[in-house]
Ligand binder design. Structure first.
Ligand code: GRF
Length: 208
């Protein structure tokens, strides 16, 4: 078993990052968080990282004259911190092809619904849970998937369901899903730490 040397990319409060951190502390996930990167200087994720002595960087496309220079700097930072795996945890930007090529099948994302439903561009945050409620779904859930060049598209690694009740507000659905996200993300990462994930086209095979 190889320990994952993680970079966390987060744009917001970072509760999934915190859950990953917790799982490592509790010995449920064999990984180390090498660096946290955010496109948003005010992200709660950066504050949490700094409070826990994890290198935390504000890096955004806006700081560079073009996207390739941004990619080059990202890759340099990832190398400098000896990263071998990336976890997107509420990262609101598309990962560009150069990074995807360098970290082929080594980037995970978490989405708060059961893909391929309720995913894609514009389907994030409360929009997802409102759409699930409006559609009248009786279940929703969490998808942890590998990242390719399209939003919410790469091979699925872990999915978990939660019920939707008729009296639910979108916030109630969001909270139930988030609780499940915190379990699912560490679980998916641990499958990679244990080298149990095999990828065949769109499908992943998980070795027992
Ligand atoms: C989560 O719902 C995740 O599924 C989505 O963005 C949200 C991030 O929440 N991709 P947090 O910043 O991890 O608390």
């Amino acid at each position: 078993m190889k320990s994952l040397k993680l970079a966390i990319f987060a744009s917001g409060r970072g509760s999934n990052f915190q859950a990953i951190y917790q799982a490592i502390e509790e010995g449920k996930l064999n990984a180390r968080i090498q660096v946290v990167i955010s496109n948003n200087a005010d992200a709660g994720a950066l504050d949490f990282a700094r409070e826990h002595q994890i290198p935390a960087l504000h890096l955004s496309r806006n700081q560079f004259t073009n996207a390739s220079m941004f990619d080059l700097e990202l890759l340099r930072v990832l190398r400098e911190h000896d990263v071998n795996f990336i976890a997107l945890a509420g990262y609101m930007k598309l990962i560009r092809p150069q990074i995807i090529r360098e970290f082929h099948n080594r980037i995970l994302n978490i989405h708060p619904a059961l893909l391929p439903s309720f995913g894609g561009k514009g389907m994030y945050g409360h929009f997802v849970h409102e759409a699930v409620r409006e559609y009248g779904c009786k279940v929703t859930g969490v998808t942890v998937h590998l990242v390719d060049e399209e939003y919410d598209h790469g091979p699925i690694v872990v999915q978990k369901t939660v019920p939707v009740y008729s009296e639910d507000t979108p916030e109630m659905i969001a909270n139930r899903v988030l609780e499940m996200e915190h379990v699912a993300y560490a679980e998916a990462l641990q499958l990679f730490a244990e080298e149990r994930v095999q990828i065949q086209g769109r499908r992943t095979l998980i070795r027992l």
